[in-house]
Design a protein around this ligand. Sequence first.
Ligand SMILES: [Zn+2]
Ligand SMILES: [Zn+2]
Length: 352
Amino acid sequence: MYDRFGEAGLSESGGMGGGMDPQDLFSQLFGGGGGGFFGGGGGGRPRGPRKGKDLPHRVKVTLEELYTGKVTKLALQKHVLCSKCDGRGGKEGSVKSCQGCNGQGIKVILRQLGPMVQQMQQTCTDCQGTGEQIPAKDRCKQCNGKKIIQERQVLEARIEIGMTDGQQIVFKEAADQAPNTIPGDVIIIVDEQPHPRFKRRKNDLITDIHIDLLTALGGGKVNIEHVGKHFLSIDIPQGEVVKNGAIKVLRGQGMPSYRHHEMGDLFINIHVDFPDEIPIDKIPLLEQALPPRKKPSAITNEEEVEDVHMEDISEREAHQGRSQANGAGAGQMEEDDEDEAGGGPGVQCAQA
Ligand SMILES: [Zn+2]
Ligand SMILES: [Zn+2]
C-alpha cells in the first residue's frame, strides 16, 4: 500500500520553560484524505495545485494563562517535499510519464453489460496512480521516490492576553506538503478550561466568596487569589452590613481584553456563613446590637393556639425541597422561610 498523504499530527508541550521534549502523539489521528496525486476520481489528474487539508488542533488554556499570555510549543509531525530531489522523486530528467496509463494515474476499462458498454476507472497499478515512473536506479535515496519525507517541526503558538475560547491562531500553509499542492493551514484553537473558582463572561469574571457572620455584620477583611496571581484584599468597613446573596463588583479586576487590554470587572457573589449555634448567655449582647425582634402576628382566637416545635428536615426531604423550589412550589417555600432571621434558601446555597 502506498504511503498516505495529508498525514500530519501535532502534539504540545506546555509552558514557556518546559524543556520537555514534545511528543509526537497525534501523528496517527490525522491522515487519510486521499492521495495528493489523485484526482477526484473523475477526469484524471487535476489541473493546477490543489489545496491541502487544514490541520486543526485544540490547545487547553487556563484562565491564568489567558490573563498573562503564554507561548505553547507544538511538535508537528508532517510531510515535507524531499529536499534531496526537490520533490521530484528521482534524478532530474529521470521521471517519466507512466506508459501504462499515459500519465493519467488511472486506466479506463470498458465493460460489456448487455447492450450497454460501461466505462470503469481504475487506479493504474503500474504507477500506483501517480502517473509517473522512475527507474529504480534513478530513484531518490532519501525519499525512495515518494517525493516527500516525514519531518518533525516545532511550532510556537502565542496565546495572547485576553484571547477567548474558540479563538484561532493560524499558521498559514504549515500543514502537510505534497507535490503540486498548496499546503493547508495549521489552526490552533484556544480551548479555555473551566476554572475552579472563577467564571468568565466576556472580559468580566465572576466568583463566590464566603464570609462569616461576624465579618458580615461587624466588618473585616476577605482575601481573594486572582487569576492574575495577585491577591485582592477586600475591606468590609465597620458599620456596614453585607447581606447573604449580595452581589458586589470590583471594577477593573476582570480579564484584560484581547489586543487593547482593557480590564473587565470582577463580580462577587457573597455567601454569609452562619454559625451553627450561639451561647445562650451571649444573646442579650445580640439583642443590644440588632434591631428588635419582629412582633409575632396577632392571635385573634386564644382557644385555638397550639404550641409547636420545628425539627431539622431529613436529607431526602431537603432534596425534595430543593427540587420543589425549582418548580411550582417555589413561592410557598420562600414565604414559609421568611421569618427565620436571614435564613431561607440562601443559607442552603452557602452550605452547598
Ligand atoms: Zn527525494
Ligand atoms: Zn500509470
